[in-house]
Design a binder for this molecule. Structure first.
Ligand code: MRU
Length: 349
């Protein structure tokens, strides 16, 4: 299996198919998505996950849902479209790509003036296709920029999964590993398992293993020892939303890895396509962090409960890495260094 040909979603024979990432690594199975409820559920339950892939899925999801609106009246259509858009926006709160993609599709409708409902429906599909293609190109560009920071034989630590199935293709922080692998870089990658939903164990170690890249799975609490052992030369992570000041929300546990990396003098690189940068969010304190059901911590992956019944839990899905811990931000437009409050906004001029 060529892992880079496993897409998180496909549009084939007029059907949207989403790779059910909750079944990985055991099964590679695509789910047919027919309604707005199917789209919402797939995003909410992390069947499709990873900020860029959520954005792409939301765009195609809007098309699939809008296709079902039964009216030729433009105003009625737009009213129903907005309801669907608001509904899909409630599926998950943190990854800004969700809102970015929904807004972008809406904007393309307004740009059409008073076009017919059928023309609008086709334009929504075209915009979803554009978002997907642009994300693929952005990821490849991040792969090349990211690789320019790395050397052959390096030891790399990554957290969560910011790989090919989290994006249209290639991934964000895993893209340089794929590009480098083709050039014989021979990286030694350590993948944090990423509790509680195990994106590192189930997805990253599977992806890299399929690609033939040397990958070692560790528990999250082993990041310090591998750094202290001198096995890590760089930390590469993705991002769900980067605020204007360079604070970046990513999978829970990322900030702990960043603090450790600083202590051990290891560069910490965050891979952030411009679709994940939210200049309207001032700092990390303004990012809405998703809280999930505590049963994910002690029930979900176990035959028996691993905590007393009724135990109090706290299960934030993301944390914010303060800008001061981020050595550089890798975007598709280039590598950005501090001061981030100055340099991030220059990407958009
Ligand atoms: O909860 P998830 O699996 O959607 O969280 C994903 C992450 O935190 C990724 O690192 C981030 O979205 C970047 S994906 C290229």
């Amino acid at each position: 299996m060529d892992i880079l040909n496993i897409a998180p979603l496909k549009y084939e024979n007029d059907k949207l198919l989403i790779l059910d990432q909750t079944l990985l690594p055991g099964k590679t199975e695509y789910l047919e998505i027919n309604t707005k409820e199917d789209v919402w559920d797939a995003i909410h339950k992390l069947r499709v996950r990873g900020a860029p892939a959520i954005g792409v899925a939301a765009a195609y999801g809007l098309y699939v849902s809008a296709k079902n609106i039964q009216t030729d009246n433009r105003d009625e259509f737009i009213k129903s479209f907005k309801e669907i858009k608001d509904y899909l926006a409630s599926s998950r709160p943190t990854a800004v790509n969700l809102f970015w993609a929904l807004d972008r599709v809406e904007k393309c409708i307004y740009e059409l003036g008073d076009a017919s409902v059928n023309t609008i429906k086709s334009a929504i599909f075209e915009e979803a296709e554009k978002i997907r293609k642009e994300d693929e190109e952005a990821c490849y560009a991040m792969g090349e920029y990211g690789l320019s920071l790395l050397k052959p034989e390096m030891g790399i630590l990554t957290h969560c999964n910011a790989g090919t199935i989290a994006t249209a293709k290639y991934g964000t922080c895993l893209a340089p590993l794929y590009v480098g692998h083709e050039q014989g870089y021979n990286f030694k990658v350590f993948a944090d398992e990423t509790r509680p939903l195990l994106q590192g164990a189930r997805l990253t170690s599977w992806e890299l293993n399929q690609a033939g890249i040397d990958v070692t799975l560790i528990c999250d609490n082993m990041a310090s020892i591998v750094m202290k052992n001198g096995w890590i030369d760089a930390v590469l992570v993705g991002c769900d939303r980067m605020a204007a000041n360079g604070d970046g929300a990513n999978k829970i546990g990322t900030s702990a890895v960043a603090v450790l990396a600083k202590e051990y003098n290891i560069p910490f690189y965050m891979f952030v396509p411009t679709s994940t940068i939210d200049l309207n969010t001032k700092s990390g304190a303004d990012i809405h962090i998703e809280l999930r059901n505590g049963e994910e911590i002690y029930k979900m992956w176990y035959e028996k409960d691993m905590a007393p019944e009724g135990i109090k839990t706290y299960n934030p899905a993301f944390d914010v890495t303060d800008a001061k811990y981020i050595t550089a931000v890798i975007t598709e437009k280039g590598i950005v260094y501090p001061p981030y409050d100055e340099n991030l906004k220059n990407l958009f001029v």
